[in-house]
Design a protein around this ligand. Structure first.
Ligand SMILES: [Mg+2]
Length: 420
């Protein structure tokens, strides 16, 4: 059997460890998309986490130790959104993604605290290390979710007892509530966890799978997004049970269809992945609407600096670069480039500035979000011979500046343009 473990309202549970006054009350962790990296006088509070950055975890953080007022209040305005709400808060209808203003209007006594992502990461990492001592194969699926394979380790009829023991150990050692689902497939186990929440256990035996999934809406299944669900609704597939009845249709969709079909029926046999190779790494920021292109360029340079620092710290050599802009009228534009050149901070900065100019097709519109991504990492050193010598120099320089930054903080060395 495979198990799926999901910490209950992880960020707020983590805050409760440090601050017991948050226990048993409607409380939430809020976030602001970290616009602080653009502050001209900001001192380095930012760090990069590489220890357990799962496939879904960003790894550039503003480490906030500030008060509600410092973090969320700007002038007269309350900024930010709810990232995680406690179960006590959820009872009042407070949800992830809601603005803090809205949440406070629903329940004015709600306590909202700023996030401490580095702390959550280190806690998650410690929990993973602990789980590895209890279960032979552990996969970190996200910051607060893990898969484990207990086949041949725990006897079928002792699974429930083992899961209760595991839950109690985690509660005792970490003070963190967790929910656990178990089934023969990872994905059925994950689905089961959503029925175990909060603070429970749900085991789905092989012979119970068909009955268990029958009436569950398709959008509740891990990996079926809104777009996919819409497509399925059009062919009258609304419940997981309908998927089982449409085997031929799913098989006609080749690999993606077959994969989903098998996952839903719990016959995928997908293994626990001990490490997720990084496919891409990126940074994005939502900003107040800005029209001034010089200010945007300054921000592109800053974001490139942070991204380059992470790429080099993780020792990656990307070949794919993309830049995305979101405009205030909800328009989007993206530009990308593929190239084989040794990575350096200068290279990244030059590419991103170039891609920004290319992507910026509504030159007189305000911009509200910038994102940049590097990917397609490669091992082999096949470089463009025409730029090789210059790139090598730039790489050497970046290597030295990065060494200094690691030692003295990421803001130690900046490009001239950032001070304009
Ligand atoms: Mg969770």
């Amino acid at each position: 059997m495979k198990i799926h473990m999901d910490l209950d309202s992880f960020f707020i549970s983590a805050e409760r460890i440090k601050n017991p006054s948050l226990r048993d009350i409607p409380a939430a962790v809020g976030g602001r998309g970290d616009p602080f990296i653009f502050d001209k006088k900001q001192k380095s509070k930012i760090d990069i986490v590489q220890k357990n950055s799962g496939a879904f975890v960003p790894n550039i953080f503003y480490n906030s130790d500030s008060t509600f007022k410092e973090y969320f209040i700007e002038g007269e305005k309350i900024r930010g959104i709810i990232i995680t709400a406690s179960y006590e808060a959820r009872k009042y209808g407070i949800k992830t993604g809601m603005t803090i203003r809205e949440a406070l209007s629903i329940y004015p006594k709600l306590v909202v605290v700023p996030p401490n992502h580095l702390y959550y990461h280190s806690l998650s990492h410690k929990l993973k290390e602990f789980l590895q001592t209890k279960i032979p194969l552990v996969e970190q699926f996200s910051i607060d979710e893990f898969f484990g394979d207990i086949k041949g380790w725990i006897k079928e009829d002792e699974i429930k007892e083992f899961l209760i023991y595991l839950k109690e150990e985690i509660k005792e050692k970490f003070s963190l509530p967790i929910s656990i689902g178990a089934a023969r497939s990872k994905w059925t186990a994950k689905l089961a966890t959503s029925f175990a929440k909060p603070n429970g256990i749900k085991i789905v035996k092989d012979e119970e799978i068909d009955d268990f999934i029958k009436d569950i809406p398709i959008e509740d299944f891990p990996g079926i997004g809104r777009g996919y669900a819409k497509r399925l609704h059009r062919v009258k597939i609304k419940k997981l049970g309908d998927i089982k009845k449409a085997k031929e249709l799913f098989y006609s969709w080749k690999k993606p269809g077959i994969t989903l079909y098998k996952r839903v029926l719990g016959i995928d046999n997908e293994p626990i992945l001990i490490s997720h190779p990084k496919k891409s790494i990126g940074i994005s920021r939502t900003i107040d609407p800005i029209e001034d292109r010089e200010e945007i360029k300054r921000r592109v340079v800053i974001m490139s600096r942070y991204l380059a620092f992470s790429v080099m710290k993780l020792n990656l050599n990307p070949r794919y670069f993309s830049f995305k802009i979101v405009y205030d009228f909800k328009g989007r534009s993206r530009a990308y480039e593929l190239l084989n050149r040794p990575f350096s901070e200068k290279l990244l900065k030059d590419i991103m500035l170039k891609l920004f100019l290319k992507a910026d097709i509504y030159r007189y519109s305000k911009i509200i979000r910038l994102s940049m991504i590097c990917g397609k990492f490669y091992e082999k050193k096949i470089f463009d011979i025409f730029t090789y010598e210059d790139d090598k120099k730039a790489k050497k320089l970046s290597f030295q500046t990065n060494k200094a930054r690691k030692k003295y903080g990421i803001d130690t060395l900046k490009w001239g343009v950032e001070f304009i």
